[in-house]
Ligand binder design. Structure first.
Ligand code: SF4
Ligand code: SF4
Length: 84
């Protein structure tokens, strides 16, 4: 099962803290709803900074792998190569 990230619309305040803190630009702003949404869940590196900083507890991750061996995980290295 692939990682799923959900932003609960009823909780999101549109503060954009998650957009600012995410190192891999997973989130984007929905101008119409004035909330943030998930644009690139596949780029998530499971740092959980967004969950930590969100003042509303609006961000939920499913099937996230909290312990990653970053330097030996080929899939992770491939993903991060795009941001270096
Ligand atoms: S940090 Fe939380 S409240 Fe702020 S925009 Fe992101 S999901 Fe919404
Ligand atoms: S866990 Fe980290 S990489 Fe994943 S969406 Fe949140 S801030 Fe971005």
């Amino acid at each position: 099962m692939a990682l799923e990230i959900t932003v609960h619309e009823q909780s999101c305040r549109g503060c954009e803290l998650c957009i600012d803190i995410c190192p891999t630009k997973v989130f984007t702003r929905d101008e119409e709803k004035r909330l943030c949404t998930v644009a690139h869940a596949e780029d998530c590196i499971a740092c959980l900074s967004c969950t930590y900083i969100c003042p509303s507890g609006a961000i939920e991750h499913r099937d996230i792998h909290l312990v990653k061996n970053f330097y030996r995980d080929e899939e992770f290295c491939r993903k991060m190569g795009r941001f270096l």
